[in-house]
Each structure stands twice: as structure tokens, then as C-alpha cells.
Design a protein around this ligand. Structure first.
Ligand SMILES: NC(=O)C1=CN([C@@H]2O[C@H](COP(=O)(O)OP(=O)(O)OC[C@H]3O[C@@H](n4cnc5c(N)ncnc54)[C@H](OP(=O)(O)O)[C@@H]3O)[C@@H](O)[C@H]2O)C=CC1
Ligand SMILES: CC(=O)N[C@@H](CCC(=O)OP(=O)(O)O)C(=O)O
Length: 354
């Protein structure tokens, strides 16, 4: 039976990508798309690419029709999800949250990095972390609760944490990384990563023909990546903004442990075994590096690996679409997992080629 679905924040960059995916998903029946700013406007009037594909009209974020949705995606800024998720879960909905509100397991860490109190600690404890390749058991736990009729919450991983962690986790979990070493991550995002509201950083005239680092030594994804990889206090994370619409590339420098292999081919094999059951992660041949264009519009993550044998450094590079595996399609992948559907259901198999 089709799953009645709503998207809160559907007019934002992540939300409209979710709308695109939800409309084509064979098991979702998309009924509600909200935007306070565009309430009353047909989706296709604001986003003409939807012409002929849907008659849906944006409604306000408090649309009572959301109460009839079994599946609700929250594509809203952090703190807005914190305000909305508890009620939705309490009335039995499956809530998939794209914001950062339920990602950090320790509420004190959330409060420190987001400078706001965490007002739903009970729900935080029950939430699953939405990065299916690295935390499948968490999603299975929540899927069982959902099958038993309970409301559940998935907190999807952030965009930089997704690309970075998929590139680093197999090496970290296999003990290839020197204990206590600092891991340096340099990552680059397209401008849609910053959301729809233009700022001086994201205004076309400032973002075009420009590259810049931002959030240096202070970016809020630092504790999230540390939590995923178990690298608390050992991460130097520097994000950069690039003049792309979509795409995120993360270069992770992992100092190799004394007994770790320094042969990239061997490490590629280890990574391929690690992701053998994961349809959305492709580990490229040794020395081949991923491109953001190869994953645009998809839920894929491409991982490339090389070893600097002199410095004994594994260089792992992850590429995703920040709106895809970094946001909307990962949310669909998580919803599929929780609702007992194949992970790949409704997700694009091939990127836009050029
Ligand atoms: N962009 C990306 O690459 C990624 C985004 N995310 C996360 O997804 C979420 C959405 O991001 P993005 O689409 O980029 O942001 P946008 O700024 O493009 O869109 C935000 C949406 O949220 C709605 N909204 C704003 N304030 C509230 C509120 N108080 N209550 C309910 N809805 C509200 C807006 O409504 P209205 O239309 O009325 O203005 C808008 O539709 C964020 O939490 C972001 O961190 C996660 C990973 C990657
Ligand atoms: C380019 C840019 O500004 N990117 C955003 C991160 C993207 C995002 O939306 O953050 P979440 O993944 O936590 O939801 C930033 O650096 O804050």
C-alpha cells in the first residue's frame, strides 16, 4: 500500500530535491509539500521543471494534512526540526529529519556547537543515525519499532560528514589509522549546500569565480564527523565553497599505523569488501579519483584511494551530490530502510552524464 507522505520545507533546495524523488517513488504517495513563503503557489509555478509532473501546491508548515501522513520528511533548518519532530513521532509518524537536531548523541555537544538547548532528549536517545552504510543496525532497530506501529525518527547524516565518513570509515574501523594521530580533512561544497537564502558568501557575484575556506577550525560538522568515526578531538576539518551548484568532495588524510599496509591496491580491496553489500558506494580502482560530476543527481558516493608511502599517509577522497547522498536521496534511502523497502527503491541508478 502507498505510504502517505509529506515534506516540510519542500521549497528549499533539499526539500525540492526530495519532492522530485518522492513524486517518482513507487511506494510514496506525496500529499503535502510545505513552504510558508510560497503557500498557495503551485510547485510547478515556482519550479517550472515540475510542469506536467504534479498539481501539488505549497501549503503552510502547520498544514493539518500533515497529521494524515505516515511518512514526514523535515527539510527545515536546525531548531525547526527540534520543534516539530516530537509531536509527529508521538502520533505514530515515521519522521526523517535532514537537519542536525538529532544527529549528535550527546545533547551537551549539540548545545555547545549549535548554541541552543536540546529540548527533546528522550527522542534523541531513540533516534537512528541516518547513514545506512555505517550504521545499518541503528536503522534496523528503528525499522522494527516502525513495524510494531511506533512513531520513529531518523536523523540523516550531514553532507560533509557523509562524504568524509564514507571515505574514511573502512580504514578507521580496520585499525589502519595510527592511534592518536590527527586526521586532516579538506572538503569542498557546491553553493546549494548553503540553502536557498542568498548571503554575501553565496550571492552569485561573490561565489562565482571564487574559492574560499570558511568555518575554519569552527565548523559545526566537526563533532558529527568525530562522532561517526570515533575521532573525538583528533580532527582538523576545513570546508571550502566552490562555484558549483551541486557536488561535494572531501579529501581525508589518514596517517597509517606502523603495521598497516602501504599498498593502495590492498586497501582498495579492503574497502570493496567493507562496502560489498552497499549498492550506493563505489570504491574506484587504486589511484583513480572521484569526480562530483559522476554522482550528480544520484545517491551514489564514489571513493578514491591513494597512498603516499613516504609520508605513510592514506589519502581517501569521497565525492557525493550534497543534495543527493548528502541530503534528499539519503533521506529516501533511510525511509526505504525504515519502511521495509529495498534501499534502492525510487532512487536514480545513473548520474546526469555531462
Ligand atoms: N542543502 C544541502 O546540501 C543540505 C541541507 N541539509 C539540511 O536540510 C535542511 C534544509 O536545507 P536547505 O534545503 O539547504 O535549506 P533552504 O534554506 O534552501 O530551505 C529551508 C526550508 O525550510 C523552511 N523553513 C525555514 N524555517 C522554518 C521553520 N521555522 N519551520 C519550518 N520550516 C522552516 C523554509 O520554508 P519557506 O519556504 O517558508 O522559506 C524552506 O522551505 C537543513 O537542516 C539543512 O541543514 C542537509 C544536508 C545537505
Ligand atoms: C556550503 C555550505 O554552506 N554548506 C553548509 C552545510 C550544508 C548543510 O546543510 O548542513 P547539514 O548537512 O548539517 O544539514 C554549511 O557549511 O553550513
Amino acid at each position: 500500500m502507498a505510504i502517505t507522505t509529506g515534506i516540510v520545507g519542500a521549497a528549499g533546495f533539499a526539500g525540492i530535491e526530495l519532492t522530485r524523488l518522492a513524486l517518482r517513488h513507487p511506494d510514496f504517495d506525496l500529499k503535502v509539500v510545505t513552504s510558508n513563503e510560497l503557500a498557495g503557489t503551485p510547485v510547478a509555478a515556482e519550479y517550472p521543471g515540475f510542469t506536467g509532473a504534479t498539481d501539488l501546491t505549497f501549503t503552510t508548515h502547520d498544514d493539518p494534512a500533515l497529521d494524515a501522513c505516515d511518512l514526514v520528511f523535515l527539510a527545515v533548518p536546525h531548531t525547526a526540526a527540534l520543534a516539530m519532530a516530537p509531536q509527529l513521532v508521538a502520533r505514530g509518524a515515521t519522521v526523517v529529519d535532514l537537519s542536525a537536531d538529532f544527529r549528535l548523541k550527546d545533547p551537551a555537544v549539540y548545545e555547545r556547537w549549535y548554541a541552543t538547548p536540546h529540548t527533546a532528549v528522550d527522542l534523541l536517545e531513540r533516534a537512528a543515525f541516518g547513514l545506512p552504510e555505517l550504521f545499518p543496525d541503528d536503522l534496523e532497530r528503528v525499522a522494527a519499532a516502525c513495524a510494531a506501529g511506533e512513531g520513529v525518527l531518523v536523523a540523516c547524516a550531514g553532507c560533509y560528514p557523509t562524504a568524509t565518513s564514507l571515505a574514511a570509515a573502512p580504514a578507521v574501523r580496520a585499525g589502519l589509522v595510527q592511534p592518536d594521530a590527527v586526521v586532516v580533512v579538506d572538503a569542498i561544497s557546491g553553493v546549494t549546500g548553503a540553502g536557498k537564502k542568498a548571503s554575501t558568501r553565496t550571492h552569485f557575484c561573490f561565489a562565482d569565480e571564487n574559492l574560499e575556506a570558511y568555518g575554519v577550525a569552527t565548523h559545526r560538522h566537526t563533532p558529527e564527523i568525530e562522532q561517526i568515526l570515533g575521532l573525538e578531538g583528533r580532527l582538523v576539518f576545513t570546508p571550502h565553497l566552490a562555484p558549483l551548484n551541486r557536488g561535494l568532495l572531501s579529501t581525508v588524510n589518514l596517517p597509517l599505523a606502523p603495521d598497516a599496509p602501504a599498498d593502495a591496491g590492498e586497501i582498495v580491496e579492503l574497502y570493496r569488501r567493507f562496502y560489498a553489500d552497499d549498492p550506493f558506494v563505489h570504491v574506484l580502482p587504486s589511484g583513480t579519483m572521484p569526480k562530483t560530476s559522476s554522482v550528480a543527481g544520484t545517491n551514489y558516493a564514489h571513493v578514491g584511494l591513494a597512498v603516499n608511502a613516504t609520508a605513510r599517509m592514506l589519502v581517501a577522497v569521497g565525492a557525493i551530490d550534497n543534495l543527493g547522498k548528502g541530503a534528499a536521496s539519503q533521506a529516501v534511502q533511510c525511509a526505504n530502510a525504515v519502511r521495509g523497502l529495498p534501499q534502492t527503491r525510487g532512487l536514480e541508478p545513473i548520474s546526469v552524464p555531462v
